[in-house]
Design a protein around this ligand. Structure first.
Ligand SMILES: [Zn+2]
Length: 462
């Protein structure tokens, strides 16, 4: 050992990492830190120091005048919803600074190859966390008839347990409970997921009240069916739903669900009762809400009204582009008052939830309803700010909140030594205007830096 010492001293290892220097760091936990150097090596941030000292790194990226935020999450995506998007989605996400995604529904035979590819060595793709199929009840909404097949039937508690055990064996990261499950099936799903240590994502089942189902799950999507629990006559609406869920006319799942939504959603909003709603929100205190406002409040700020929409469309597959352009023309010509009313409700409820300290996650449901993968997450951030979050809180909903859902807050979600090397370099401060989250100068994904041109090349090649 003694003999080796002089040799060791002579061979001081050369620095191997990359440093982004003299940059302003912004994250939802540490706040704002100007004049910093951030060094990352491999897939890890190794140092965060004042820019007064020279960084120990092989490669230097000058961050002067720029802003560095943690890599963003889209917390609600469907990688396999549209076959036209399967190949291009990973690069699209990265080009917009989305370095992690949570897939909230897809059949396993389609999901597994996509996940395997995204997780393979040297894959240029966001980190991916997936649920597998929507776990539906006796009647299935996404049954492949009137809608894409991404749901599976769980008629009994026994069936539900078996399904979840099988999914766990196949490696899902969490489960997604859907809208048509019975209370008994819901309870079996919660119990099984808890036994297996799987986080639970959910829609509020139509057979249950939000205040009853909510506390058992870790996140709820789209504010779905919460309006029914905020109505003055919430108990009555629930009774009526239970009767209709018997489905005497034998409707298909999608039709049955739509009929219940149209029967109760807007009337419930009209019968909003603050005291009732306070009780609901109290029960949801520690259940992350993923309001997907860019979907639910789409009509308030449709993407086709944005200046950067055409440029975003140029990044997506041509067949999809043509369909979406036509759909946008149709929607612009015939605005639907009910959608506007629901959008306003969704904004109001999100604001109230946030004011009460309910954690909010940023998800888009891409590619559903003209949602360009990656692009639409920035719209979601704008919606969240409009609903009452501060810009740094909105960033938190796309960084630390998603990490917390998976108990990964020690690994991701802030800019600190020891965290994963997922970062987004911005040309302007997102705290000055959250829309500046779109002004991407470069992205670090799994420790590799891509400047703007390299990101565009990734999209072109996909
Ligand atoms: Zn979805």
């Amino acid at each position: 050992m003694l003999l080796l010492l002089p040799l060791f001293a002579a061979c001081q290892p050369r620095a191997t990492g990359t440093a982004i220097t003299n940059v302003t760091l912004i994250d939802a936990v540490n706040g704002i830190r100007p004049n910093q150097n951030v060094v990352f090596d491999g897939d890890q941030i190794t140092a965060v120091t004042s820019s007064d000292t020279a960084p120990d790194a092989q490669r230097i990226i000058d961050g002067t005048g720029k802003f560095l935020i943690p890599g963003l999450w889209d917390f609600h995506v469907h990688l396999t919803y549209d076959d036209n998007f399967i190949e291009s989605m990973p690069a699209l996400f990265l080009s917009y600074g989305i370095t992690s995604v949570r897939d909230t529904g897809g059949l396993m035979h389609k999901m597994l190859p996509v996940v395997e590819k995204m997780r393979s060595q040297d894959a240029v793709a966001p980190r991916v966390f997936f649920a597998g199929p929507l776990l539906d009840g006796e009647f299935v909404v996404y049954d492949g008839v009137s809608r894409p097949e991404i749901g599976v039937r769980n008629s009994t508690p026994g069936e539900a347990r078996a399904t979840i055990k099988e999914l766990a064996a196949q490696g899902v990261d969490f489960i997604k409970i859907y809208e048509m499950v019975s209370p008994a099936v819901f309870d079996a799903m919660v119990e099984t997921a808890n036994e297996l240590g799987l986080p639970i994502d959910s829609h509020v089942p139509l057979s249950m009240r939000a205040r009853v189902a909510g506390p058992s799950v870790d996140s709820i999507e789209h504010l779905r069916n919460i309006e029914m629990d905020c109505a003055g006559n919430a108990a009555e609406l629930h009774e009526a739903r239970l009767a209709l869920l018997e489905n005497p006319d034998g409707m298909p799942g999608a039709e049955l669900r739509s009929s219940l939504h149209s029967l109760q959603r807007m009337p419930a909003i009209d019968s909003y009762d603050e005291e009732q709603c306070d009780q609901t929100l109290a029960a949801l205190e520690s259940t992350m809400q993923v309001p997907t406002l860019r979907l639910g409040a789409f009509s308030l700020a449709p993407p086709y009204r944005r200046d950067d929409w055409e440029a975003a469309l140029l990044r997506i597959p041509p067949t999809v582009r043509e369909d979406w352009q036509a759909a946008a023309v149709e929607m612009a010509e015939a605005p639907v008052q009910e959608f506007i009313d629901f959008g306003e409700w969704a904004m109001f409820l999100t604001g109230r939830m946030h004011a009460r300290g309910i954690p909010i996650g940023a998800g888009t449901d891409t590619p559903i309803l003209l949602s360009v993968p990656g692009y639409s997450l920035h719209s979601e951030l704008e919606y969240l700010v409009r609903a009452g979050l501060s810009p740094i809180e909105a960033l938190g909903s796309a960084t630390i909140r998603p990490a917390e859902f998976f108990a990964l807050q020690d690994d991701m979600g802030t800019i600190d030594p020891g965290k994963k090397a997922d970062l987004v370099l911005l040309d302007a401060s997102p705290l000055r205007d959250i829309a500046n989250s779109r002004k991407i100068s470069g992205v670090v994904t799994k420790g590799v830096f891509y400047d703007r041109d390299a990101l565009m090349a990734l999209v072109d090649a996909s």
